[in-house]
Write a protein that binds this ligand. Structure first.
Ligand SMILES: Nc1ncnc2c1ncn2[C@@H]1O[C@H](COP(=O)(O)OP(=O)(O)OP(=O)(O)O)[C@@H](O)[C@H]1O
Ligand SMILES: [Mg+2]
Ligand SMILES: [Zn+2]
Length: 273
């Protein structure tokens, strides 16, 4: 049977492969006495290695290969890693595109459609401008989740914390915590959600931070990388804070700005049940 002896077979121990009929019998006996209830992969018994089937159709105990379960384990590890890098706010599993209600509001239908157009690649840069509690963060999280589901990288960031994060990254010289790594990730990540741009932002105090955000938005605009921006500022207010950012949001042919003028979601929910 393919792989039945494999748990005794890390490659460096090839010399110990049971070869004679009695060695093989003994190994089988040892395996049978093992508690297999917790074993996830019945092929390799979770060792990750199997003996391939030789040309004669019989198991070739002199060789070992990676079991198929290794690939799916690697895939699961990758997904976990991407989810971690995305840094979604906790307890937000329920904020999905499916759970985003439009309740008959045309503007919310437009928002949902635009989110789907981002997924399909029709829109590259989407700006949602609205007051509090209108579902901006909900959409940002939902889109990140979709990107991760597609096996791509995504990053959610509450913009006021982005600046703090970049500042504190200066103390790390290299690795995933370092400034260079983080900044490069913001530039090139598969999907970037910049949530709450310009919140509590005062121009005079924060030129360093604004320059970083301008660079990120400009770079992603130039390279056509999917970017969602949410803000409680109007385009006019943005113009005061960064004319450059405002121009990027409205300029690209595959960009869309939606001003959500619906009432706060709590009000909608109360009204419509
Ligand atoms: N259209 C919607 N359908 C379903 N849930 C919604 C919708 N709009 C908002 N919500 C829910 O209402 C709550 C507040 O929404 P959210 O945090 O996305 O608002 P926001 O626009 O980001 O507000 P703020 O400006 O304060 O950050 C969340 O729990 C969100 O899931
Ligand atoms: Mg929000
Ligand atoms: Zn396996």
């Amino acid at each position: 049977m393919e792989g039945i002896l494999a748990d005794m077979l890390p490659p460096e121990k090839l010399a110990q492969v049971p070869k004679t009929p009695s060695e093989i019998e003994q190994a089988k006996l040892r395996l049978r006495s093992r508690n297999t209830a917790s074993v996830k992969c019945p092929v390799c018994l979770d060792s990750g290695y199997v003996h391939p089937i030789g040309e004669n159709g019989k198991t070739d105990y002199s060789r070992v290969e990676n079991c198929k379960c290794v690939a799916s384990k690697r895939e699961a590890e990758r997904q976990e890693r991407y989810l971690k890098l995305c840094e979604l706010p906790e307890d937000t599993e329920d904020r999905t595109l499916e759970s985003f209600q439009t309740k008959g509001y045309v503007i919310l239908e437009q928002v949902k459609q635009a989110a789907m157009d981002m997924l399909s690649g029709k829109i590259k840069m989407l700006s949602l401008l609205a007051d509090v509690d209108t579902g901006k963060t909900h959409i940002a999280i939902a889109l990140c989740r979709k990107w991760l589901e597609m096996g791509k990288t995504a990053k959610y960031v509450f913009v006021p914390l982005l600046l703090q994060e970049l500042r504190s990254a200066y103390k790390y010289r290299d690795g995933e915590e370092s400034y260079d790594y983080k900044f490069e990730f913001y530039l090139n990540v598969g999907f970037l959600a910049l949530d709450d741009l310009f919140r509590e932002y005062h121009k005079a105090e924060n030129d360093w931070g604004m320059e970083k955000i301008e660079t990120i938005i400009d770079y992603r605009y130039i390279h056509g990388l999917p970017t969602l921006i949410t803000s409680n500022k109007t385009l006019d207010e943005m113009n005061e804070l960064s004319a450059m950012i405002r121009s990027r949001l409205i300029r690209a042919k595959n960009s869309q700005v939606i001003v959500i003028a619906s009432p706060e979601y709590v009000t909608i929910r109360k009204k419509n049940g």
